[in-house]
Write a protein that binds this ligand. Structure first.
Ligand code: GDP
Length: 139
């Protein structure tokens, strides 16, 4: 059975550009409930740890620098079929390929600065939520 929670971050350029409220509104309008929410900033060490799975990819260093370049919004979201439905809501990694109506189509600047993160599996949703939130930060 598909899990009912996923994890997201609003990435530094979207926070810097003042898009936090508009993106959270789209997420809530799509039926996701906010279980946990915080504004924080990743050190480069923490960003490197979060994106460890990508460490062999050529853009890993750029990704770590970007994700630690300013504050982000982290959230755990709840909805039936959360992981897949959220990936649909955010759209393709590259905004040039993202469907109309998706968050990345509306807010992403580029394939690298693409406004939001969304977990790609139930296991990663659990791991990523645990990376940012303690049990008493979830409601
Ligand atoms: P996602 O699951 O759609 O976020 O995409 P991936 O797992 O493939 O990549 C993770 C993140 O790495 C993306 O969301 C982008 O922020 C970044 N990224 C992906 N491709 C590139 C690239 O070619 N260059 C850079 N600098 N960053 C990239």
């Amino acid at each position: 059975m598909a899990g009912n929670r996923t994890f997201t971050m609003i990435k530094p350029e979207a926070v810097e550009n003042g898009n936090t409220g508009a993106i959270l509104a789209k997420i809530q309008e799509a039926g996701f409930k906010l279980i946990a929410l915080k504004k924080t900033r990743l050190s480069s060490e923490r960003a490197g740890e979060f994106y460890e799975v990508h460490k062999e990819r050529p853009f890993y260093g750029e990704l770590v620098d970007y994700m630690s370049s300013g504050p982000i919004i982290a959230a755990i979201l709840e909805k039936d079929n959360a992981v897949l439905d959220f990936r649909t809501l955010i759209g393709s990694t590259d905004p040039a390929e993202a469907a109309e109506g998706t968050i990345r189509k509306a807010f992403a600047e580029s394939k690298a600065k693409n406004a939001v993160h969304g977990s790609d599996s139930d296991d990663n949703a659990q791991i990523e939520g645990d990376f940012f939130f303690t049990a008493d930060e979830r409601f």
